[in-house]
Structure formats: C-alpha cells, structure tokens
Design a protein around this ligand. Structure first.
Ligand SMILES: *[C@@H]1O[C@H](CO)[C@@H](O)[C@H](O)[C@H]1NC(C)=O
Ligand SMILES: *[C@@H]1O[C@H](CO)[C@@H](O)[C@H](O)[C@H]1NC(C)=O
Ligand SMILES: *[C@@H]1O[C@H](CO)[C@@H](O)[C@H](O)[C@H]1NC(C)=O
Length: 447
C-alpha cells in the first residue's frame, strides 16, 4: 500500500490535474462520519445507514470485490441507481490496492463498513485463545492501516457472528473485546483517523442484550464505538408483529449507536421492505441508525436483489425496484431524529445460563504484536496467505486449554467467517470441545 500511495503521489506530481489516483489525503473526500451521543454524524447532520451488504460470489467464494475495479464499478453504478449510501464488505484482500474502488465509492457518496477478518485470519469460535495471536493481529492491523486512510470508511467490524446461541460461544466474547481494544489502540498509536469499531452480532435473541452490554462495558479502551446485529424477523409484517417495538424498548438508553448489520427476511416474497420505512421513522430513529439489507447479489441462499450471470452481467429482479422505491420514499428523519446527546457505558452483564463471561478478564495482547503499534503492520498477507489460526504465540498472552481436555485441533469450525459464510439462517455447526478455558493473563481489569 505504501508503494501504491507513493506511486500515486508521484503520478500526481507529474500531472497538474488531480486524478483519481491521488493519495487519499489529497483528495476532496466525503466528510468522515463520526460518533456522538448514540448516533453517527456527518458533520452537523445525523447520518443513517441506508445500505446493502455486498458480497458478490457469496461468502464461500472469499473474494474482495473492492480489489477488482471492473467488478466494483459495475456494481457502484447499481448502488447509485438504488440510492444507497453504505455498503458492507465481509472480507478484503489487504495485499491489494483499493484506491480506485474506494474513490469510485467516494464519488458516488457511498461509505464502507468493513469486516477486518476473513476465513484464514480470524478468531476461531471453538478455540479462541490460540487463534488470538500475532499473525492474526498483523493481518487485522494491515487492513486497519489500509482503510483508515479513506474518509469514506465508515466503520470496522472487529468480529462477525463469533458469539451465537450454541454452547460456550460466549467464551469467545473476551477475544472480540480484546481485538476491538487492539484496533482502537493501533489507530491511536499510529495517528490514524479513529474509525469507529464495533461488533456485528448474529440474529440470536437469547444473548443479544448481554452481548450488546458486554461490548459497551468496562473502561473506555475496551468499549466498542457502536453495536450492530443481524435481524431476520420482519418478513413482510409490521413493527409490532416483528417484535421490533420491543427491540427499540430494550435498547433505549444503550448509550452507543446501533444499526442492523443484516436484515431482510425472505419467508414472504417479494419483500416489500416495510422494515426500511420503520428504520427511517421516528419510532426507531432515537435508538437505531438504519441498517444494511442482506444482500446485493443472489447467491446460493437466495437473498439477493440482482443476479450476476456467468458473463458477469448484472440483472435486477423485482425486489431491486421495490427496495429502490423504499429508498426513494422513506427519507431519514430531519434534525437529530431523537438521538441521545451523550454516549455512555452499560454495566457488564451478570452471569446467566446463556452468558458466563467474567468481564474482568480480557486477554492481553500478545507481546510480539506490540511492535506493530509503532512500526506499523507492514504488508498484509491477503486472503490467500498461510492463515493465522494455528499460529498461536508460545507462552504469551493467549488463553490456554487445560491439559487432558479435547484436542485443540479437533474442531470442524475453522473461523467466525466460516459461520457467516453459510448465510444468516445457517450458522455453521460448532464442534464444541468442551475444554475448560482459562486465562493465563489478567490484563486490562475492567472494573
Ligand atoms: C468467485 O467469484 C468470482 C466473481 O463472481 C468468480 O469469477 C469466481 O469464479 C468465483 N470463484 C469461486 C471459487 O467460486
Ligand atoms: C427484551 O428484553 C427482555 C428482557 O431482557 C427479553 O426477555 C426479550 O427477549 C427482549 N426482547 C427482544 C425483542 O429482544
Ligand atoms: C473474575 O475474575 C477476577 C480476576 O481473576 C476475580 O477476582 C473475580 O472473582 C472473578 N469474578 C467472578 C464472578 O468469577
């Protein structure tokens, strides 16, 4: 990336006219979105996510649509036609150049919400301790370094559906919190723009509130900047039938911005996207900041609104026009939309059947990763590198597994992203080892 930036700087020197390849710092960009109170702001204007999840090829494909200018420009034309202002991308190749696609998004007024993990470089739900390691963090930091420079990077997801409703997945929560903390520290110590960092939770009601409270509890350095969750409960119904009224009530006074990282139940079709109207109404806007429709392209799980043919041409289906109509008809509320003016934390959740996390114990960053905080992460490994999950740091800050318990390699679930790749209704089977996990380090006491 540094080379790319340098080359574009040289190119800019060589020609008097500004080009798309100018370094991001020199371009006239969209205003960076910031967090204040429980809302996002674009300068003095409240910012709502009116966006879509973008994963052409499906998650199993694991390609980066923003590294291919033909692909991104083809689809940005559709994004403009729809009238969206945000896309979410689930994995990027941090060894590739993104200047051109990010510029094209910028020119279209579109922001990016980015997952910093990918199947090879992610926290393993079944055995989170060893997968929270220096090799993993180098990849995360390389992605953060690359994308924090773009003003239209709206937010980073430090984790996606790592915690679900299956036994023991709450044990991975401290690692998500640790990664959130490390990313914030990294941006701070590298003097990068402080892109908001948060977690995207699975559509699981049994521990949603605990997960949300946990991500927003403790000292400021380990708290998220926002919370997001996936929700597939609307299904062409209404505010009460879907239970969204309760989801407003439950999250009132949460203290941070909240948005839906995926929505768009397909039990009843065609979808009429009444949930978008609800999100944009003052019934919700005091608590929620919009959301992202799942999803752009039709993949195996059939949620998309366009199909991409073998000739790579895009064809829209009727729901494309229905979503476009919803975007046109349902303007965001004016003014502050009822947002709270102060940001605040929550109490850490107490122990419950579905939540057995000691909030005082957040794993300490592996000491070998400390060097990145000053020197930078360097070149990213991309999506096809050797992967990080079996690269545990020896004798350092990772959690250990008690001797005699199930084999640390005995899991069939290889990553958090592997879970989300199967689509919202299909959480990957989690092969819980039953191993008792204890923390070898007691860094970052929260309370
Ligand atoms: C991934 O998606 C791209 C773009 O749609 C396609 O060209 C490629 O063949 C796909 N790869 C796999 C392994 O499905
Ligand atoms: C709201 O919170 C209550 C109490 O924690 C919980 O039982 C209920 O499931 C929540 N409802 C929703 C829709 O999240
Ligand atoms: C949580 O961990 C801390 C530090 O080890 C310990 O002092 C405390 O008793 C634990 N809390 C619970 C509820 O187990």
């Amino acid at each position: 990336m540094k080379t790319a930036v340098l080359l574009s700087a040289l190119a800019a020197l060589a020609s008097a006219t500004p080009t798309v390849k100018e370094p991001p710092s020199k371009r006239s960009d969209l205003t960076a979105v910031t967090v204040s109170g429980n809302a996002f702001w674009q300068g003095d204007t409240r910012f709502y996510l009116r966006g879509i999840d973008y994963q052409p090829g499906g998650a199993a494909n694991n390609t980066d649509p923003l590294a291919d200018t033909t692909v991104c420009k083809r689809d940005i034309a559709k994004f403009k036609d729809l009238g969206i202002n945000v896309i979410r991308v689930y994995a990027v190749d941090n060894s590739a150049d993104h200047d051109e696609c990010m510029s094209a998004l910028n020119d279209a007024g579109i922001y990016l919400v980015l997952d910093v993990n990918n199947p090879s470089y992610s926290i393993n739900r079944a055995e989170p301790g060893p997968s929270y390691n220096t090799v993993y963090l180098q990849s995360v930091f390389a992605t953060v370094e690359m994308f924090a420079q773009y003003k239209n990077t709206l937010a980073f997801f430090s984790g996606n559906e790592v915690i679900n409703d299956e036994e023991d997945t709450d044990k991975s929560a401290p690692y998500v919190k640790a990664v959130t903390r490390d990313m914030k520290n990294y941006m701070n110590s590298r003097s990068l723009r402080a892109v908001p960092v948060g977690y995207s939770a699975a559509d699981v009601s049994s521990n949603r509130k605990q997960t949300a409270d946990y991500m927003n509890c403790g000292s400021d350095d380990v708290r998220s900047d926002f919370f997001a969750f996936n929700d597939y409960s609307w299904c062409n119904s209404d505010f009460e039938t879907s239970g969204w009224d309760a989801k407003v009530k439950n999250f009132t006074d949460y203290g941070l911005p909240i948005f839906l990282s995926e929505y768009g139940c397909i039990k009843s079709r065609p979808r009429k996207f009444g949930e978008f109207g609800a999100l944009m109404s003052t019934k919700m806007s005091g608590v929620y900041s919009g959301g992202l429709l799942y999803e752009y392209s039709i993949e195996e799980n059939d949620y998309g609104i366009v199909s991409i043919g073998s000739d790579k041409k895009v064809t829209t289906i009727s729901e494309y026009n229905l979503f476009k109509t919803a975007l046109a008809n349902d303007a965001a509320p004016t003014g502050d939309g009822g947002a709270a003016s102060t940001t605040h934390s929550q109490d850490c959740p107490t122990s419950a059947a579905t939540w057995q996390v000691n909030a005082s114990l957040v794993p300490e960053m592996p000491s070998a990763a400390q060097k990145y905080m000053t020197a930078g992460a360097g070149d990213g490994p991309g999506l096809d590198g050797d992967g990080s999950q079996d690269k545990a740091d020896s004798g350092t800050a990772s959690a250990s597994v008690t001797a005699g318990s199930a084999s640390p390699t005995g899991s069939s679930d290889d990553s958090d992203n592997a879970a989300s790749t199967l689509g919202p209704m299909n959480l990957a089977p989690l092969c819980v080892t039953g191993a008792a996990i204890f923390f070898t380090l007691f860094g970052a006491l929260l309370l």
